[in-house]
Write a protein that binds this ligand. Structure first.
Ligand SMILES: *Cc1c(COP(=O)(O)O)cnc(C)c1O
Length: 418
């Protein structure tokens, strides 16, 4: 479900023609729908209404403080993976006690920042990290609330780059060693064990891996109870998939039903860390056709957005639907590669895609670009990063200015060696 739709052959976001945004803000440009973000959050969060829970949006999916603020006002907490994300979340007005901190490589500086702010929970990913967090908490004379991120060794059946819950992945602590690790944690002065955490991967389209992981975590929690270690928070991570092409991921209500069935009236507070399912289909990348070109083997549409703006097709071979902003009944369709200006053969947004014939100056929309789109953007080829715009009803606002050429070199210095 999203609020990008055609009116008389012209693509709108909510009640705003995308053409208007392109004219006033320029291209390439990320455009998000306020109604879609709000709806997706409410559907996901509301699906767990019968159970004590906190939905912590995964900041890395879409980090703009404007979007974090909107989610915060809906009651969302945040799942962060760096000090920078903590800084953003706080600036967006998210209370620290709604923030959980995951990630395998937390630095001392980041740990101190999170301890001082008083976040809800650290999701610990290694023995060594546990030791360091205990030390830092001691130095700051606070107790660090922790969960151990358990690697339940289930196969999420998703792209290898975005699966995280297999034994061979770098994430978490394997479920067999987890009891030992909890014992160790229980003996430490400055940490307080409050939870168990897992996150098995992204873009999952089946329920079974989630249920498998949950069962393994439940078994672990029972073992811990026997040892007198009491768990209050059960963090099940994120990972619910969305429709990019023809995937049919479970609806959040089906996901919730499957999870809650396993829990009955268990005395935990559940935490979820959804990213993609909240924002993925709430954003598009608006781009303009620069040139068209025929070679003996291919038709190319060269657009002003590139892999630096949206790297998912190049990095994961991901599919994004691409549609014309203006549809013309009398235009023929052909097969095109839609590519950007970057000097890499891997710089494509789509390959062998059947699309209405397009001409220089016309607009295309790359759909489902709201998650892992702008947040993975770079300045490769010295391309300023695009603007971000949010639409609400019939108005829109820029939530991130387009970078300038000055921005590209602002932090750089010419050395004055003699
Ligand atoms: C990336 C990530 C998420 C969010 O994943 P989605 O697939 O976007 O829901 C949640 N938790 C952790 C620890 C992550 O790394």
């Amino acid at each position: 479900m999203h609020h990008f739709h055609y009116v008389n052959g012209e693509l709108y976001c909510e009640d705003v023609p995308l053409k208007t945004i392109a004219r006033e803000v320029g291209t390439p440009c990320y455009v998000y729908s306020h109604a879609t973000i709000t709806h997706h959050f409410r559907v996901f969060d509301g699906a767990f209404n019968s159970f004590d829970h906190l939905t912590c949006f995964a900041v890395k999916a879409s980090s703009n403080i404007g979007i974090l603020h909107i989610l915060g006002q809906l009651g969302s907490g945040m799942d962060i993976v760096s000090g920078g994300e903590l800084y953003r979340a706080l600036k967006a007005g998210i209370p620290a006690n709604r923030i959980v901190y995951s990630g395998v490589g937390k630095t001392e500086e980041e740990i101190d920042f999170a301890l001082k702010e008083g976040i809800l929970m650290f999701n610990i990913e290694s023995s060594e990290e546990l030791k360091v967090i205990n030390e830092r908490a001691g130095k700051l004379k606070v107790k660090a609330p922790i969960a151990i991120r358990v690697n339940p060794d289930v196969d999420p059946q998703t792209h290898p780059y975005i699966s995280t819950g297999l034994k061979k992945n770098k994430f978490g602590i394997d479920v067999e060693s987890a009891v030992d690790e909890y014992r160790k944690a229980a003996s430490l002065e400055n940490v307080e064990i409050i939870g168990v955490d897992c996150h098995i991967g992204s873009q999952l389209t089946e329920l079974l891996p989630f249920v498998d992981a949950l069962r393994r975590l439940k078994a672990l929690i029972n073992r811990l109870e026997e040892e007198g270690i009491h768990i209050r928070y059960l963090d099940l991570g994120g990972g619910l998939g969305i429709t990019y092409e023809d995937e049919q991921p479970p609806h959040p209500s089906e996901y919730a039903e499957a999870i809650l069935k396993e829990l009955k009236d268990a005395p935990y507070r559940l935490i979820f860390e959804p990213g993609r399912v909240i924002v993925g289909n709430a954003g598009i990348l608006l781009t303009k056709v620069l040139y068209t070109k025929q070679t003996p083997s291919k038709n190319f549409i060269i657009v002003d957005a590139a892999m630096n703006d949206l790297i998912r097709p190049s990095l994961y071979g991901s599919y994004h639907r691409i549609v014309p902003v203006n549809k013309f009944e009398d235009r023929s369709e052909e097969k095109f590669d839609i590519v950007g200006p970057i000097c890499e053969s891997g710089d494509f947004l789509a390959r062998d895609r059947v699309l209405q014939k397009s001409f220089r100056g016309e607009l295309l929309a790359v759909m489902s670009a709201g998650a892992y789109g702008f947040t993975m953007a770079s300045n490769y080829n010295s391309r300023p990063r695009s603007a971000e715009v949010i639409v609400k009803d019939n108005s829109f606002q820029i939530i991130r200015e387009r970078e300038s050429w000055d921005d590209l070199i602002r932090l750089e210095r010419i050395p004055n060696f003699s």
